[in-house]
Design a protein around this ligand. Structure first.
Ligand SMILES: [Zn+2]
Length: 257
């Protein structure tokens, strides 16, 4: 109750006049407080460092069957379970791993809480630096180098990544590329060099696949700005990508109108 609050306050002031008087008195005469020439500030800082690399694309035949080939391209390189992250449907089109934006963060968590700590870390790093876009990319992910902490999350110097694919709008072919990323509260000198080696190892594996046709420049699709595009008649996937000719998930042709 406000009245009680006022009463208590008044009571406190009158009850201890001796204690409050000396500190109140100089404050009323302005000359007693001089502004310090320099403010003594305690500094706080956090430097986050995220980095990554993406290779050229490799054109694949075999249509939707090629998706099943992606995990095998990490054999010999994977240091943890290989996980497949499908493109996100339209209801997750705002998903962003940024805590200060609760609606976007909530979408992101709803979409990705099922994944392993390695994959979630990889998604945070690679989405933050725009190396992947789950509006149309399929991401096949693993730990490639370095350690995880006791909760299973990669250390800042650990390298994560794998194979990323999307469907070429013009031809409908699958385009696969190698992607690696790393980072966090720090950076280490040799990470970039190890990452470059891993990137070429993954690209070699992609090119060695039976369905690979060779290197191709990557013309990445542009996700729709506002409302989403089409619903796949084959798998029911509602794409956030309105110009897509091919379903980001199953690769079948999207029917218009
Ligand atoms: Zn589909």
């Amino acid at each position: 109750m406000p009245l009680d609050f006022l009463k208590r306050r008044n009571a406190a002031e009158t009850a201890a006049p001796a204690a409050t008087q000396p500190s109140v008195q100089p404050r009323s005469s302005h000359a007693a407080i001089t502004l310090p020439e320099e403010v003594v500030a305690q500094e706080y800082q956090l430097k986050l460092y995220y980095a990554g690399k993406s290779s050229e694309g490799v054109r694949m035949t075999a249509g939707p069957k090629a998706i099943a080939e992606l995990p095998s391209m990490l054999h010999g390189l994977a240091k943890s379970e290989i996980e497949v992250v499908d493109p996100l449907p339209i209801e997750f089109s705002q998903a962003t791993p940024v805590m200060a934006r609760p609606s976007e963060a909530m979408q992101w968590l709803n979409a990705h809480h099922i994944h392993s700590p390695v994959t979630r870390h990889a998604l945070v790093v690679l989405e933050s630096i725009d190396a992947i876009d789950l509006a149309f990319d399929t991401f096949v992910c693993t730990l490639l180098d370095g350690e995880v902490d006791t909760s299973g999350y990669p250390e800042y110097s650990a390298i994560v990544g794998g194979v990323v694919s999307h469907w070429d709008e013009a031809t409908g072919d699958m385009i696969a590329r190698a992607v690696v990323g790393w980072g966090g509260k720090g950076a280490r000198g040799d990470t970039d060099r190890i990452a470059a080696k891993l990137l070429s190892g993954i690209l070699t594996n992609i090119l060695a696949n039976q369905y690979a046709l060779g290197l191709t420049p990557i013309d990445r699709p542009v996700p729709a700005a506002g409302r989403g595009g089409l619903v796949c008649a084959h798998c029911g996937f509602a794409s956030a990508h309105e110009r897509a000719f091919y379903c980001p998930k199953c690769g079948m042709r999207l029917l218009r109108g």
